[in-house]
Design a protein around this ligand. Structure first.
Ligand SMILES: *Cc1c(COP(=O)(O)O)cnc(C)c1O
Length: 502
């Protein structure tokens, strides 16, 4: 299987090249040239397998330049019971909300308690094998600028992976105390973490500049290293997300909730459009999905886009209690537009150029109609998010995080508007304990909260009896390893020094 760029169909690469390179030369995203097609026989075969078995089959169909042994090695290293708490890294739990059954796909049982682990635990293995095939075994230096969740998930994924080094920059006052502590206590011999005096954009700009400074790139090359990225537009991060939708469908069949061929709806709390796009790709492979329900918070640029066909990022930015969805440019939407415009690279490139220059574009009527028949877009503000957490907890004794609550609320709106009762899978993207402050506020009926985030975790545990995930529970007593702070203009020097390159 080969891949080409959404902005230039003539740029064609292998899967190893797509993963090693991350983004195409002219800035487009790599997409598979065709999709594997799964029929009833394929699903019958998948039903008998466990999560890892299903993952191996699906990866094998996409990464055709990897050997079976390589794929097995990647899967076995990533989805261990030690890292995900059990042999099923993505369990389904069935709950009722306002009388509607929802199958909640819990994607946060990994080492950092957010769904990004599903991809970032396996990406380092895909990447090291891809680099071996394409760049002759050079060591990869992963630079990450993070506003919180991605940094920690990338650190955990890359820690002690041979032939990689990872360096994470975060804005010194721009992450939560819990996130800061998660990163500063990171274990591993190939990791480093540094705070930046500035905001997320300063960190991001600094990283981008380092990637493109020839002098630095050359110095690394002389030392047998090269920069690489763990960013969510990498095909190696999207592919692992296809697996859990197909696996959840198999689980629904195996538990007798649906039969092979029955349609389902999916609901996804969306930021960069990666997670929901993975479900769309699964549908192109043959997973029968009736409706893709795209849930946003008050940064509802996608809701408006789905309803009007106009993508307009020129609007206020809100800091919400579901911060991982506080995004105005959803990068992975580019891949959907390419597909819905019948692989029109020129049109896709024009829209993306308009987004860069004017902050806005409008798709054709034809593309808009396709979007409307497939997608439903809705959003939920902070107040309704808290009410949903509270109601779900009171009625079902189920504690969900702020991002998941946004999805539950938007799904509720969808069912009341449409009456559509198709069996539904809802992606739950984080442990409630990752956002203890907001979750606690939602359920403690106005009582005072402790100042310290670890005390909030304890209080939430006292009130709900829900177990604190081990990776968060042990954090409290972990010593900090990293305390460096630098100015954004000192980042290049910092990178070279920490790599031991002169
Ligand atoms: C990253 C993230 C999202 C958004 O996922 P996208 O793939 O960017 O749409 C939602 N919830 C949580 C908890 C996240 O960390």
């Amino acid at each position: 299987m080969l891949y080409n760029s959404t902005e230039n169909k003539n740029e064609i690469v292998s899967s190893a090249q797509a993963i090693a390179q991350g983004i195409s030369k002219e800035g487009g995203l790599f997409v598979p040239q065709e999709m594997p097609s799964y029929d009833e026989d394929t699903f019958n075969e998948l039903l008998k397998l466990d999560y890892k078995g299903r993952a191996k089959k699906i990866f094998g169909d996409f990464l055709t330049d990897f050997t079976t042994e390589e794929i097995e090695d990647c899967v076995e290293s990533a989805y261990t019971a030690e890292k995900f708490g059990s042999d099923n890294p993505a369990p389904l739990v069935t709950k009722n909300y306002n009388g509607n059954e929802i199958n909640i796909l819990e994607l946060w049982h990994g080492p950092t308690c957010a769904f990004k682990d599903m991809a970032l635990q396996i990406l380092p293995h895909f990447l090291t094998k891809s680099l071996k095939k394409t760049y002759d075994g050079k060591d990869a230096v992963i630079l990450v600028a993070t506003s919180g969740d991605t940094g920690k998930a990338a650190l955990e994924g890359f820690k002690d992976v041979d032939h990689t080094k990872i360096l994470v920059f975060y804005p010194v006052d721009g992450v939560s105390p819990m996130q800061k502590h998660q990163m500063n206590t990171q274990e591993g011999s190939n990791v480093n973490v540094c705070a930046i005096e500035g905001n997320f954009d300063d960190a991001q700009t600094g990283v981008k500049k380092i990637f493109t400074t020839t002098e630095i790139v050359d110095k690394l090359s002389e030392n047998n290293m090269l920069f690489s990225s763990a960013n969510s537009i990498n095909w190696g991060r999207l592919l692992p997300q296809i697996v859990y939708y197909i696996s959840a469908y198999c689980d629904l069949i195996n538990t007798g909730k649906i039969k092979i061929g029955d349609k389902i709806n999916v609901v996804v709390p969306t930021g960069n459009f990666g997670n929901i796009l993975a479900s769309y790709y699964a549908s192109l492979m043959g997973l029968p999905i009736n409706k893709f329900i795209c849930a946003s918070n008050s940064n509802n640029v996608l809701t408006d886009f789905i309803n009007t066909g106009v993508y307009d990022k020129n609007r206020s930015f809100y800091t919400t209690i579901s911060p991982s969805m506080d995004i105005l440019v959803s990068s992975n939407l580019e891949r959907l537009l390419y597909n819905l415009s019948d692989n029109n690279d020129e049109m896709t490139r024009n829209w993306m150029t308009q987004l860069k220059t004017e902050g806005k574009y409008q798709v054709t009527d034809e593309v808009k109609e396709k979007i409307n028949s497939l997608f439903y877009g809705g959003y939920c503000n902070d107040n309704d998010t808290k009410e949903t957490i509270s109601k779900m907890f009171k009625e079902e004794n189920y504690l969900c995080d702020t991002h998941t609550a946004v999805a539950v609320e938007v799904y509720d709106k969808y069912v009341s508007e449409t009456g559509d009762k198709t069996p539904t899978v809802l992606a739950s993207t984080a442990s409630p304990y990752k956002f203890s402050n907001a979750v606690l506020t939602a359920i403690n009926d106005g009582k005072d909260l402790p100042d310290n985030e670890f005390d909030m975790v304890d209080m939430l545990n006292d009130i709900t009896g829900v177990a604190v995930p081990t990776p968060l529970a042990v954090l409290k007593n972990k010593a900090s390893r990293f305390s460096d702070v630098c100015k954004s203009n000192e980042m290049p020097e910092y990178v070279l020094k920490s790599l031991g390159v002169k």
